[in-house]
Design a protein around this ligand. Structure first.
Ligand code: NZQ
Ligand code: ZN
Length: 401
């Protein structure tokens, strides 16, 4: 195992009816800006529930900023940051999924980037994003009401922001953007469209894979947690498809997705975020949902990198899919690995998710522009060994056709 520090200060408040706890969790004199997405929070009544809780106990001023898009847009977020400065907001409350939470983390950071008239400076904010926001040393406090289990953003300090005009979707991270708390009420996920439920299961699955499928470092705790999460997601993916109203299934999906990317299983182990980094380019060029970019690419990443990942792929086959070359004399290592990859594809397909570029109506003409964008964003040394250059990414994309 590698040396590591593990720090996660996010208070999780889990369960049905917990939104009312906002009355204790948000400072009583705060000037709060509630941030939300394209309307689901209003439609489902969650926004009203949040406002009622904030009014219940204390003397808060409450403002609202709606319209944060899936794959949150840089220009929209700057408008929210201007609102923060205009009203002297000192607490952001994100009500939504990864897009609203990530967007709010970015707002929390960039609202400090002003000069005289308190308007956030676009160039400065863009430069900050290019450097992953590492240059910003102050941020507004943030709380979360999670409405879609998928990204883990509710319990980590990272985010991803999209800039459509520049065709760039870029990650950032800051020690200042851990939420103060996140409320996880699984009943809130019952209003999700099926597509978003399945996207969430797949995104969480791939988060686990990217912290697991590298090379062994004898990290038994991390590996066993990771394998359990993968098995639970496979099981609960099928369960939610068969019985979408089952609250226990929703509870398990919600907590699995949070645990998948809160730093715990990634501590002390090598990681490989190749699938995510190529996936971001697919979203920014073609508007494909984040999780769907991952299910398109992951099988090809596994096949292309199967030699360098051989030990972990065999472990994955054995511990997640119950395949074993030692006991199955008919299959050698290569065919065991291929069977595990096919099982992974079938799992994604069973959730209605694409597993090839063709499934997303793309052909080989899509590849050159993706490679160009990877180069422009300096994604030229991906993977646990930094060996995945543009030629490897091209081969991954070709395998995905
Ligand atoms: O916008 P509204 O109207 O709210 O609708 C949303 C949106 O259309 C809808 N929705 C959310 N909760 C709902 C609901 N509809 C009905 N009932 C509810 N309870 O779902 C749609 C998708 O929402 P979004 O927030 O975009 O989904 P998700 O949580 O999958 O977030 C995706 C974003 O997170 C980033 C992705 O790149 C993408 O931009 N990621 C963030 C990460 C992180 N911070 O650690 C890691 C991930 O790998 C990922 O990159
Ligand atoms: Zn993801």
């Amino acid at each position: 195992m590698k040396n590591f520090q593990y720090y996660n200060p996010v208070r999780i408040v889990f369960g049905e009816g917990q939104i009312k706890k906002l009355s204790d969790l948000v400072p009583k004199e705060a000037k709060v800006l509630i941030t939300y997405g394209g309307g689901s929070a209003e439609r489902t009544g969650t926004l009203d529930e949040v406002k009622t809780a904030l009014a219940a106990n204390g003397n808060r001023s409450v403002f609202e900023f709606g319209g944060i898009e899936p794959n949150p847009e840089f220009t929209t977020l700057l408008k929210a940051a201007d609102m923060v400065n205009k009203h002297g907001i000192d607490f952001l409350l994100a009500v939504g999924g990864g897009s609203v939470i990530d967007g709010s983390k970015f707002v929390a950071l960039v609202s400090s980037l002003t000069e005289d008239d308190s308007t956030v400076l676009r160039d400065k904010a863009w430069d900050a994003l290019l450097s992953g926001c590492s240059t910003i040393d102050t941020a507004i406090d943030l709380g979360v009401v999670l409405t879609i289990p998928a990204t883990g953003s509710e319990m980590n300090n990272g985010g991803v922001v999209n800039h459509s005009e520049r065709q760039a979707k870029l990650p950032f991270r800051s020690p200042l953007t851990f939420p103060k708390f996140s409320i996880l009420d699984p009943t809130k996920t019952l209003t999700l469209p099926k597509r978003q439920v399945m996207n969430g299961v797949a995104d969480a699955f791939v988060h686990v894979i990217e912290q697991y499928l590298t090379y062994p470092v004898n990290a038994k705790v991390q590996d066993a947690f990771a394998e359990s999460l993968l098995k639970i997601l496979v099981e609960e993916g099928a369960a939610v498809k068969a019985d979408p109203e089952n609250l226990e299934t929703r509870q398990n999906i919600m907590w699995s997705a949070t645990m998948a990317l809160n730093g715990l299983i990634g501590a002390g182990v090598p990681q490989d975020w190749t699938t995510h980094m190529i996936g971001h380019e697919l979203t920014s060029l073609h508007g494909i949902d984040h999780a769907r970019t991952l299910t398109i690419l992951l099988p090809s990443v596994m096949r292309e990198l199967k030699d360098s990942k051989k030990d972990k792929l065999l472990q994955y086959a054995r511990n997640v899919w119950a395949l074993d070359s030692k006991t199955d004399t008919k299959q050698d290592d290569d065919s065991i690995i291929e069977t595990a990859i096919v099982k992974t594809e079938n799992f994604f397909r069973s959730l209605g998710l694409p597993v090839s570029l063709a499934d997303a109506q793309l052909d080989e003409s899509a590849i050159d522009p993706i490679i160009k964008q990877l180069e422009a964003h300096n994604m030229v040394k991906l993977g646990e060994h930094g060996n995945n250059d543009l030629a490897v990414s091209r081969r991954i994309l070709e395998r995905s056709l």
